[in-house]
Design a protein around this ligand. Sequence first.
Ligand code: ATP
Ligand code: MG
Length: 562
Amino acid sequence: MNEEAVRPSDFIRTIIAQDVENGKYGGRVHTRFPPEPNGYLHIGHAKSICLNFGIAREYDGLCNLRFDDTNPEKEDVEYIESIMEDVHWLGFDWEDRLYYASDYFQQLYDYARELIRRGKAYVCSLSTGQIREYRGTLTKPGKESPYRNRSVEENLKLFQRMKDGEFEEGAHVLRAKIDMTSPNITLRDPTIYRIKKMSHHRTGDTWCIYPMYDFTHCLSDSIEGITHSLCTIEFEINRPLYDWFLDELEVESHPQQIEFAPLNLSYTILSKRKLLQLGDEGHVSGWDDPRMPTISGFRRRGYTPEAIREFINRIGVAKRDSLVDVAMLEYCLREDLNRRAQRVMAVLHPVKVIIDNYPEGQVEQLDAVNNPEDDAMGTRAVPFSRELFIDRDDFMEDPPKKYFRLSPGKEVRLRYGYYITCTSIKKNPETGIVEEIHCTYDPETRGGTSPDRRKVKGTIHWVSAGQAVDAEVRLYDYLFSEPDPGAYPERDFREFLNPSSLEILQDCKVEPFVKGLHPGDRMQFERVGYFCLDSKDSTPERPVFNRTVTLRDTWAKIRKKG
Ligand code: ATP
Ligand code: MG
């Protein structure tokens, strides 16, 4: 992976490079990331974060973090805090440029009064339903409101009284006076202020009228001296309105809105509303459930910020909508973890192996490589003794021809250990399940090589029983079993939930090395997958491991077979 070496290039960067060259905005580049604090950030937001902060960095510019907090009923400080944590975790910093649209409420109110004075806004007293009805449709022009031609004085007075709390919610709104026949519906006298008798998490009860997104966003950008306002493609239709407010108000700085395609990921839903619903209804444990496509979910799952940034780099930025295969994200993750992750041996479905010719009570320490990709990570000692655990999958009583793991009479190599040969097995007389696998070991094969160089095809992992740490392991699969769960607007997205997205294994055995790990630490369980110590539920007495990702894309293989 080579984030810095390959400098991204795309249509937005091309526009910005030209603007810089032409001295537009004095050659400055100033972007912003403007989340609404009504939920946790998801991987789609990571695309916007990498784009905005990335471009600022590349052009020696600045990027602000601005909370677009104009909707008090859905917003919460918990979301503000999580968003700041996530942006930092992704590796970006707004320095001293943390802003809130609510900081501009007075300025925005003054701008609204200015629009009224210029005859470009009016107080409309139609009901919400009537406003919708008067708006018309794509094929039918809108109808002018009977309140459209109120005098400036009357409008100013009514707007003041709206602000003073004299009216009930819905009694009046302030609307821009643009064009009820415009083919672009967003220009049909859009609402710019509505009454909401609601406390705001920052401004308290100072305001009972709140500005709408379109009005707030362009003016906030302008107030902050933003040069390029990057947003997702659904706002393309709002761009004329963005420009209209800035033109009518003759502001000093007129940023340029540029739209790009949002990230869509297979087997994933990216909508804060739906993600909130998944938590509220108990389909997941919350915003940071390791199956969630939120930044906090990925973090808890064991993803690295480097892998997410590399993924965003690779998918690039375009105007056209597309569905990105989640396998690409997993590929970036495996590449990163393979280079960096500590190797550990863990047995998820344990069965006992007894080495009959190994001295009882003896424990020896064997050398194991911490990361074959990185010699600097060194080695560690792994205890070996007469009783071990291996995975049930690594033993077969009646193996097919090409089975190279353990079976009666066969010899295998224990990773970093000895060669062992299965001599007999003991089954539970009632269930027939194998309970003990008896073996002998060859003392000449310490470390996994034999002096006579005899061939042993299979190498399996193991954990010494006496020193094993008991652990819980959580195996995750995709939250949705449908590749494109967003493609069926007429169906309920919950129909596509994968019923087996979480499998919990209670009886896993891990080598004692993991006692020294900290919550969030990542590792590879050799031959099994990448895991991390859960940051919420893990305790020193009872470690809990999340499977971050499998070693190979077994999912793709299964899909082909099925
Ligand atoms: P959601 O659709 O999940 O509710 P949103 O667009 O309402 O998200 P905002 O808080 O308004 O959430 O988003 C902040 C910024 O992130 C916006 O500039 C938005 O365009 C961008 N963004 C949101 N979703 C995506 C996505 N899937 N891909 C890229 N950028 C996105
Ligand atoms: Mg939005």
